[in-house]
Structure formats: structure tokens, C-alpha cells
Ligand binder design. Structure first.
Ligand code: SF4
Ligand code: SF4
Length: 509
């Protein structure tokens, strides 16, 4: 067992109001620069919808992520080294600017400098790329709140299968929810394995995936290989850029900017301990539907004495082990199992997980003439929710509706029980028992999902600079992929910035 720690994130989709504050604050921090105008390290999509870039989830088209070859070996969908080398100068599997959107600015000068005349001056849009007048026809959140859904959303790659007919894009028949997305800082990152220059790397100490700007040669193989399309090319420098998980803040014990500013308070940050020796095996699980369990099996119980001993032997400091035991991410992913990964079938083992949205289930019980206090009526309603189970399964469980139903029933039982408690009643525990929760666990999960304060949502231990020189000596990626050269340049650890005092408790509650 080789124990490593990763800073991971969970988002509770029920609470996302689609305000885009996370995207805007991320942009102001990281991509408010020439060359990356079109890049949103954090973006918020409306689902159903084609996303950003358009149809990024269609891996038949974009060739992102991993797949199993005929002999069951894990290989990049974009091809092996020979194929990648042959397409160095003409890679056909790259989104074009139209698939993202053409960034624009406005002729503001015209508003104040236009000569006097009969007409009111206007500020026409101009392309930031060419400087020429342009028409605005698409954007990073063009489909916000299902804008244009009758025309576009049917092209959502998740809408496959006979059940997709249930999704009607007409007023009062449709549903929507918001899906904030950023780099998944995967355990088995396709971008790292695809990079011919060794510029992409995953840090040993906290699992953050970064691009070394000095090593990047702009081959863009990472853009193709990332199935979430979360690597962007800066058209001014010609180099790859991506979400940094706000590593300078993380090293100082602070949450990422998107988490800090999230209006819905739906993001959670915490450590997950995992066994690096089992990552390859988990990513190569033969059946896609087993990938979720395979990834969960890689995570380790931070309270297990054997894990603690192995973690100490791996050099994980005591305060990190303490933080791992208090991790809200561990609780949501492993203890209560209500969080799910986005598209596990891409086999990158993503580390940003989601609590799926539960549409108003108690309303559904009432509409069907049922009793909102009867567990049988409530559970039956879960299968009739406006968000089709198959759609959520397509996003979070490689199509396994049973797993999604299990999570939704747990959330439903919790909601029903806490509703009674809030109304001053005893609380019927039958529904809780049916989903494997005790009353105490329900109180704990409710506290975490509904009312957790800042210090409970973000448990981020500060970096240890005294260990930086030691970890730098490791000089290699903790997770090897088929064909990797151990210790290859570029797969090294990045040194931490000077440790700052932990300030997470000092933020807004
Ligand atoms: S989501 Fe991030 S870590 Fe995973 S493959 Fe894409 S860029 Fe790499
Ligand atoms: S800031 Fe929070 S609530 Fe607003 S869109 Fe982002 S994730 Fe959703």
C-alpha cells in the first residue's frame, strides 16, 4: 500500500443557483489576460445542454479519456505514442474556437466619440481575436437557464437511448439543473499521459495537476486527451493552461477562489487518502459500471490504524492525517456515499464529485395523492421525478440507474425525516432505516449538506515547506500509466510556496 493524499472537491448540485459567481471570480483571478479570453477554468453549464465546448462529452468525436483495448489494457482513446507523434502537426481531434465561442468586446469608444447625428450611437461587438465587427452567436453559458434549449439541447450527448424521449424541451414539461465544472485533478489524468513534453504533471503532495509553462511546447495533445476539455491553449503564448486548483491558496490552507466565493455554499474541500498502487487497476475495471466502486475502493479510511501507519511511512504529516479524518469530502464520498463522480466511464478517476440534484420530491408525492410521511410513497415518487434517473445515470454512474436511485432515496429519506423534525415532530425513522441511516447519521449528514459552516466545508491543511526538498527528490508522478518512463522529466513535484498560517476558520461563516 502506497498512501498518498489528494485535495478533492464535492459539489451539492441541489444548491447551485447558476449565478456564475464562481466562474467570474475564477476568471478575474486566473484568465483575465490576453490569449485566454475564451477560457473558463470554472464554468457553469445548464443541463440538459451541449456544454462548453460544445458536445465535449462526445468522446467518439473528441477522443478524450481512456478506453480498454481488445486485450483489456488501458489505453488513451486519442491513440498511442506513435499515433500522437504522427499527428503532432495536424491533430484533427481538437475543438475549434467556434466550439468554445469567439470572445468579443464592444466599441465603447463609439458611445462617447461618435459625431453628432440623427441616430443614437451604439457599441457594436468586435472580435477580440481579429478586431473586426462580429455577430455574437454562442458563448460559454449560451444555454443558461435552458436558453435556446428547444433548438440546441437535443444535441446533448447524454440524451441517448429510448428514455431520452421523456425529455421534452417545452415550457412546464422540462427540467434543468446547473453543473459547475472545473478540472477534475484526476487520479489517472489522461492529459499528463498524453503530453509529449512532460509539461503536465500531478503533484505528489496534494494531487493537483499543473502545466509547467517552461516545458510546454504547445503540442495540444492534452487538450485532446482530457475528456472534460479542461485544458486550454493560450493563443498568445501558444502554451497550455488549466485550472490550478488555486494551489497558492491551497498551500496556505485556504479554499479555492470558486469555493470561497460560492454563493450557494455548495462546495466542499477536503483530503482523501488513497492507495496509489491500486489506481491503474481501478481505472482498468472491465465493466464501466464497476468504475465507481473501483475508485471508491482506492480511497482509504483515514481512521484505520494500518492506513495511518502506512501514511506516516509515506511521509504524510500528522496535521494532514488529522485533516483527512475531518474531511467533508471523505464523509460525502465514502461514509455516506451520496457524492458521485462525473463520467466515471472516461476512466480518469476524477476527483471533483457531485451530490446529484433532487427535484421537489415531496411535491411529487402530493401531486400523486400520496402521503409525504409514508416512506413507501416517498420512495415511489423518486422514480417519477422530473429529472429522469437515466439522465443522471448517464452523467454520474456510467448509466447505472440503481446507484443514482440509491443516492436519491437516501437524500429523500433525509429530507422527509428532517422535515418532520423541523416541524417539531418525533421523526419517523422507518425511511432512514430503509436507506441504512441512523437518526444520528441523518442529523450529521443534514448538518453537512444544509447548514455546514465555513470551517466544516473547507478542511484544507497548509503545505509543509520543510518537506518540500524531500518531496522534490521523488521527481516523478505518483501514478504511472502504461508506457510511462519512471521518473521521466516533467512528472515531478512542484515545490510549495512558503507556508502561511492557516486561515480557513477566519473566513465568513
Ligand atoms: S480533468 Fe484535469 S486532470 Fe483530468 S484529464 Fe482533464 S485536465 Fe487532466
Ligand atoms: S457560485 Fe456557487 S451557486 Fe453560483 S453558479 Fe457557482 S457553484 Fe453555483
Amino acid at each position: 500500500m502506497r498512501v498518498l493524499a489528494q485535495v478533492a472537491m464535492v459539489m451539492n448540485l441541489d444548491k447551485c443557483i447558476g449565478c456564475h459567481t464562481c466562474s467570474v471570480t475564477c476568471k478575474q483571478t486566473w484568465t483575465n489576460r490576453t490569449g485566454v479570453e475564451y477560457a473558463w477554468f470554472n464554468n457553469v453549464e445548464t443541463k440538459p445542454g451541449v456544454g462548453y465546448p460544445r458536445r465535449y462529452e462526445d468522446q467518439e468525436q473528441w477522443k478524450g479519456g481512456w478506453m480498454l483495448d481488445k486485450r483489456g489494457r488501458l489505453v488513451l482513446r486519442s491513440g498511442g505514442r506513435v499515433k500522437r507523434l504522427l499527428s503532432l502537426f495536424a491533430n484533427p481531434d481538437l475543438p475549434a474556437i467556434e466550439d468554445y465561442y469567439e470572445p468579443v468586446t464592444y466599441d465603447y469608444d463609439n458611445l462617447v466619440n461618435a459625431p453628432a447625428g440623427q441616430d443614437v450611437p451604439v457599441a457594436r461587438p468586435r472580435s477580440v481575436l481579429t478586431g473586426k465587427p462580429t455577430a455574437i452567436t454562442w458563448g460559454a453559458n449560451w444555454e443558461d437557464g435552458l436558453g435556446g434549449a428547444p433548438e440546441h439541447a437535443g444535441a446533448d450527448p447524454n440524451l441517448t437511448g429510448a428514455w431520452a424521449d421523456k425529455v421534452k424541451f417545452s415550457f412546464e414539461q422540462t427540467f434543468l439543473f446547473h453543473l459547475p465544472r472545473l478540472c477534475e485533478h484526476c487520479l489517472n489524468p489522461a492529459c499528463v499521459s498524453a503530453c509529449p513534453s512532460g509539461a503536465m504533471y500531478k503533484r505528489v503532495e496534494d494531487g493537483i495537476v499543473l502545466v509547467d509553462q517552461d516545458r510546454c511546447r504547445g503540442w495540444r495533445m492534452c487538450v485532446t486527451a482530457c475528456p472534460y476539455k479542461k485544458v486550454y491553449v493560450n493563443h498568445a503564448t501558444g502554451k497550455a493552461e488549466k485550472c490550478t486548483f488555486c494551489f497558492p491558496r491551497i498551500e496556505a490552507g485556504q479554499p479555492t477562489v470558486c469555493s470561497e466565493t460560492c454563493v450557494g455554499r455548495l462546495r466542499y474541500l477536503g483530503l482523501l487518502l488513497y492507495d496509489a498502487d491500486r489506481v491503474g487497476e481501478a481505472a482498468a475495471a472491465p465493466d464501466e459500471k464497476n468504475l465507481l466502486d473501483a475508485q471508491r475502493d482506492v480511497f482509504l479510511d483515514p481512521a484505520d490504524p494500518a492506513v495511518i501507519a502506512a501514511a506516516r511511512a509515506s511521509g504524510i504529516p500528522q496535521d494532514w492525517l488529522d485533516a483527512a479524518r475531518r474531511s467533508p469530502v471523505y464523509d460525502l464520498v465514502e461514509k455516506y456515499r451520496v457524492a458521485l463522480p462525473l463520467h466515471p466511464e472516461y476512466r480518469t478517476l476524477p476527483m471533483v464529485w457531485y451530490v446529484p440534484p433532487l427535484s421537489p420530491v415531496l411535491d411529487a408525492v402530493g401531486e400523486a395523492g400520496g402521503d409525504a410521511d409514508d416512506p413507501d410513497h416517498v420512495f415511489a415518487a423518486v422514480t417519477r421525478l422530473r429529472i429522469p434517473m437515466e439522465y443522471l445515470a448517464s452523467l454520474f454512474t456510467a448509466g447505472d440507474t440503481d446507484v443514482v436511485a440509491g443516492v436519491l432515496m437516501k437524500l429523500t429519506a433525509l429530507r422527509s425525516y428532517m422535515r418532520e423534525r423541523t416541524l417539531g415532530e418525533e421523526g419517523d425513522e422507518r425511511a432512514l432505516k430503509a436507506v441504512g441511516l441512523t437518526a444520528r447519521e441523518a442529523e450529521d449528514l443534514h448538518r453537512l449538506l444544509a447548514v455546514a459552516k465555513y470551517a466544516d466545508r473547507y478542511v484544507v491543511p497548509a503545505a509543509h515547506t520543510e518537506d518540500a526538498a524531500l518531496t522534490a527528490l521523488e521527481n516523478r508522478c505518483p501514478v504511472e500509466s502504461p508506457g510511462d518512463v519512471p521518473g521521466a522529466p516533467g512528472r515531478r513535484v512542484m515545490l510549495g510556496i512558503p507556508t502561511l498560517r492557516r486561515t480557513s476558520e477566519g473566513g465568513s461563516a
